[in-house]
Ligand binder design. Structure first.
Ligand SMILES: [Zn+2]
Length: 442
């Protein structure tokens, strides 16, 4: 039996509960440190304000509780395909903020069009506040693990992941990310390492996996340091995989791609993350998330027209998290826009195809984003204030739950309260898994 709080035997856990500032707490403490944003009548000017230290409480949590797995509804009409979209760092405050910035409180964004929604609890094996590696492992394997670990349990035992399992059942997989593809969320579907920072190892394992299409940034993680890359093992992995993979380096390479090519494809559209501030000259060569999804859909359909039973595509909007860490509202808006567009694309595909389960969720919240009246005691003023409320300028992950939205066959299991590990089991339940037909891509 799994015990999620084993670590408490050795450690005293404290949780820091930061108060959002209500009228009684006193808004004046907002004003000396940190960053807040003010939006006047939902306009465009976003001057910086500040946040001060806040009242906080430390709590010790109970020991020895075991994880309760959600009882799933048996899915009668199975999904042929799954598109899983993960916005790193997005909880309801990020969703709400984007809705307000896009068009105001009556605006409706892509996730608002989903018929099914639920709540996902995000703690990891060894902490209440998860990192992206352990939560991605929960989604990809159905097991809790320690923060920092990918595809391994807390005892470093290898956990079979979703793409490995469904490969044996004749499904083809793709991974898409707006960060470097070796980053935690995509890596949890194609590697097994004890620490997410071991990117030399992660990239090798990903290239060796059954995943046929991997798109994102991260060229430097395939190049040795002496060539300006980030590999400490001196391997020129780009050169090494040239014979086994088609390497795409700019978005027009996707347009010119011959979809009868059934080999592995890796798209490395930036040195590190897409839309990196350091490399503005490259941005015209980089695809959006929607363009990458479009390419993966075309490839997947071609695989299905051959031998594959269906497809799985994971898309990560990686930088909503980074915007939260940076306490940067304009950055958040830009990344939420990119994610909103790719969610719309996935939903429209599923609506016309009627055989695809689309799931939208997040690994955790980042930044403690608050939406308050600009003057905390005045609920009638039209101004709204957005502020990040962790770490005094270094926004961290928080322990609040995140939303999940679902559409299509099997979506009935994504309601109520789910643990993040339940997402894995609900995806397995959605697919036809009785017949182990073997890999369709090897
Ligand atoms: Zn983060």
């Amino acid at each position: 039996m799994r015990k999620i709080f084993d670590f408490l035997k050795k450690n005293i856990l404290v949780i820091l509960i930061s108060f959002g500032l209500g009228g009684f707490v006193g808004f004046k403490v907002l004003e000396s440190l940190g960053i807040a944003y003010f939006m006047s009548s939902l306009g465009d000017s976003l001057p910086k304000g500040s946040i001060a230290d806040k009242d906080a409480f430390l709590e010790t949590l109970p020991e020895g509780q075991s994880l309760i797995q959600k009882e799933l509804i048996p899915v009668e009409k199975k999904a042929k395909n799954i598109i899983l979209l993960i916005s790193d760092g997005m909880s309801l405050s990020q969703v709400s903020t984007y809705r307000l910035l896009k068009g105001g409180p009556n605006e409706r964004i892509s996730v608002d069009k989903f018929p099914i929604s639920g709540i996902v609890l995000t703690h990891s094996e060894d902490a209440i506040v998860t990192d992206s590696a352990s939560s991605a492992t929960a989604f990809s394997t159905g097991k809790k693990t320690n923060n920092g670990a990918l595809g391994l349990d807390k005892d470093r035992k290898v956990l079979e992941n979703f793409t490995e399992i469904i490969d044996k059942h004749g499904y083809v997989s793709s991974l898409i990310s707006t960060s470097e593809i070796t980053h935690a969320t995509p890596a949890a579907y194609a590697s097994h390492v004890d620490l997410r920072w071991k990117t030399d190892e992660i990239s090798l394992q990903m290239m060796d996996s059954d995943v046929m299409t991997i798109l994102g940034g991260g060229r430097h993680f395939f190049m040795p340091e002496k060539m300006g890359g980030k590999r400490s093992d001196d391997l020129n992995l780009l050169e090494f995989i040239k014979t086994s993979h088609t390497i795409l380096t700019k978005k027009t390479d996707m347009d010119g791609f011959d979809h009868f090519n059934k080999g592995k494809v890796v798209g490395l559209f930036a040195d590190e993350a897409l839309r990196d501030k350091e490399t503005p000259e490259n941005h015209s060569l980089e695809p959006t998330s929607s363009e990458m999804l479009n390419f993966a859909l075309k490839r997947s359909e071609q695989f299905i027209s051959n031998d594959c039973k269906g497809f799985f595509i994971m898309v990560e909007g990686s930088q909503v998290d980074w915007a939260g860490h940076a306490n940067d509202l304009n950055y958040l808006k830009r990344e939420m826009k990119d994610f909103d567009e790719v969610v719309n694309k996935a939903l429209n595909f599923a609506k016309s195809d009627q055989e695809t389960l689309v799931i939208v969720t997040a690994d955790h919240e980042t930044g403690g984003l608050l939406i308050e009246p600009a003057t905390p005691t005045n609920y009638t003023a039209p101004e709204v204030k957005f502020s990040f409320n962790t770490g005094l300028g270094y926004g961290s992950h928080t322990g609040v739950p995140v939303p999940v939205y679902a559409y299509g066959p099997g979506s009935e299991n994504f309601t109520g309260t789910l643990d993040n590990t339940d997402i894995f089991f609900a995806m397995i339940e959605a697919l036809e898994m009785d017949n182990m037909s073997g890999s369709c891509v090897n």
